[in-house]
Design a protein. Structure first.
Length: 342
């Protein structure tokens, strides 16, 4: 496996990131390529910290599942029970979890109306949805459409139900509890002060080089939506995401039946299935069995987190230069995983 993976990365020499492959929780391949900072040429290490973007959604979903087990909410509760004034009746927590709500994109509303010299949080996002009332995209439950709005609302529901701050909840129940020492939900300032933080970069054709994504603040929504909770903002390492992978086996977070729901497809209004659970894309691999996975995409960052839960294999690939051939790399890694499986 090592030789094949080395050859794959040798074919894309300007890739910057870290790949971890594990079997039964033990790393069998773990290497860093490229730079934390393309200007200083400081090399990445396997313990460098990256924005994992929408891979954060599985943590948000887990907060809701934990509250469900405590009897504090139901997956089929209407959203307006917890967020009064939101002009979208008929949407349930389950719709938010599996991206079948039909809700409009809060980020588009903020992009159009928000003063980008300020940093928005969930209360601002919700207030703008109520004020501008963009129309729904479809009837709740009619189909799947990926929705950051849904996961932003889930974090706010979690806070309303529990009476706890979302970030403190994640720190106490997940990051600290499972010794994920480099994982957190951080402010822009906190990330700037982190020695191990890998900067996100984008390729600028006019300059013919990679530049930090935060060089373009109006373009970089991670800055002016920097206080949002729920759809993104977790920063982590490959090593910590492997610790999270291990925590998801057994019942250390929630009971197996609750976790089964997270890994089960959504049933749409017409009875067909959508292959997205609670914070996870669902797949079946012919050789490796059931797969649950998620990608993440922030300005300058790309993440792929793949769990072959029947075979107990894990892939964590984190990139900090938004490489144009990332999909080729991911397919290559997956093909090698399949071929190497006995």
């Amino acid at each position: 496996m090592e030789n094949r993976l080395d050859a794959l990365f040798a074919s894309v020499p300007d890739f910057s990131g870290v790949l971890l492959v594990a079997e039964k929780g033990k790393p069998v391949y773990h290497k860093a390529f490229g730079f934390k900072n393309f200007e200083t040429k400081e090399p990445l290490t396997t313990s460098s910290i990256f924005e994992v973007a929408s891979v954060s959604k599985q943590f948000t979903a887990m907060t809701i599942m934990m509250l469900y087990e405590q009897g504090k909410l139901s997956f089929d509760d209407p959203v307006e029970k917890y967020i009064p004034g939101l002009p979208y009746p008929g949407v349930t927590i389950r719709h938010l979890l599996n991206h079948t709500s039909g809700l409009p994109d809060y980020q588009a509303v903020m992009d159009a109306h928000w003063d980008k010299t300020k940093v928005a949080g969930n209360a601002d996002n919700i207030a703008y949805l109520i004020q501008y009332q963009p129309p729904v995209l479809f009837e709740p439950g009619a189909r799947y459409q990926y929705s950051n709005t849904g996961y932003m609302l889930l974090a706010s529901i979690m806070e309303k139900v529990s009476g706890e701050d979302f970030i403190r909840f994640c720190r106490a129940r997940f990051f600290r509890f499972f010794n994920m020492t480099k994982t957190d939900i951080r402010t822009q300032e906190e990330k700037k002060n982190l020695k191990d933080m890998a900067l996100g970069h984008i390729y600028v054709k006019e300059k013919q080089r990679y530049m930090p994504a935060d060089s373009f603040p109006a373009f970089n929504y991670a800055i002016w939506l920097g206080n949002r909770k729920g759809p993104g903002r977790v920063s982590s390492t490959t090593e910590d995401l492997l610790k999270w992978d291990r925590a998801l086996y057994g019942n250390r977070l929630v009971e197996p039946e609750t976790l089964r729901q997270a890994f089960s497809p959504a049933i749409l209004n017409d009875g067909t299935l959508s292959q997205y659970g609670f914070g996870w894309v669902l797949e079946q691999n012919p050789r490796l069995g059931k797969v649950v996975r998620h990608s993440g995409d922030n300005p300058g960052y790309r993440t792929q987190y793949i769990r072959y839960i029947d075979a107990d294999k894990t892939v964590v690939l984190i990139c900090n230069n938004d490489h144009e051939k990332l999909s080729v790399i991911v397919k290559g890694v997956e093909d090698i995983m399949s071929r190497e499986h006995p």
